[in-house]
Design a protein around this ligand. Sequence first.
Ligand code: AMP
Ligand code: MN
Ligand code: MN
Length: 328
Amino acid sequence: MADDLSTTIAEAARLLADARDVTLFGHINPDADTLGSALAVGLALHRRGVVVRVAFGEPEDVPESLKALDTAGLLVHRDDVPQEPELLVVMDTGSLQRLGPLADRVERAKGPVIVIDHHVSNTRYGTLHCIDEHAEATALIALRLLDEMGVEVDEPIARCIYAGLVTDTGGFRKAGPAAHETAARLLQTGVDAYSVTRPLMDAHPFAYLGMLSRVLAKAELDERAAGGLGLVHAVVGMDDARDVRSEEVESVIDVVRSASEAEVAAVLKELRPGFWSVSLRAVSQVDVREVAQVLGGGGHRLAAGFTFDGAAEQVVAALKGALERVES
Ligand code: AMP
Ligand code: MN
Ligand code: MN
């Protein structure tokens, strides 16, 4: 079977064993899973003397909280990515659209394009698909690949994998027994869980507190939305986000989703005037990936997102409409 994971992982390991030049991509607005996966595999290849670069399409700069994962300086600006990469590996990216301005490199690549991902909605772009929609994080599939390659997973590599795993599982709340066993293996290499997770999940500059209080003061609860299951939402306008990093804006959803009256939580993040990136979370019953897909986005059953052009009220109206269309 062409898509069997062990077969495609073995094939990916074989291709990487012969490679001299490898480009690895994460998705736009990168998180610890996409960059951790890319940097872990990148680091293993770099140590073998391969020319390695890791990049993502947007924004211009590396999010501050992820810089500590790049222990070998493999991250490059998107403008320094070759027009025709020799071998391309794309991590944690469900569709070409999620590569932003780097999407064209997939078509232009001279050699294979290996896609490593855990999104159910993966559109199967590229040439070789290592996709496991049951994996809690792409980092777990990246680790399988490293094992297949015979790489010694030491602390700098394990740190990258751990970062992806701990963030995508919501601090292991959504991790199964195998993922916990993997976490134990990673910690045994010397990864310091607290110092890895604090900058990724807990620490914010003081200005975060002010931003959060302004945004939360305007949050709204609609208990009748989503067929009576409830929607809570908050809006982070460009003014609210002016004094904070993207990390602070991205973490607002984790506070908003704590409202227990709502099955679904949403945070509207204004990227440009009237252009929004929306984060969706569900507790257990609503498949927010389906809701996001109705609106042109994607993601996972309990964590998804989409972008939208218009006023904030229009985004909320469209979201409520989509929530009625998707059965829970
Ligand atoms: P976020 O709320 O940005 O953390 O995103 C949650 C999940 O939704 C991620 O795993 C992404 O895969 C997915 N996602 C977010 N935004 C989009 C989008 N515009 N299109 C497709 N998938 C998205
Ligand atoms: Mn991701
Ligand atoms: Mn992921």
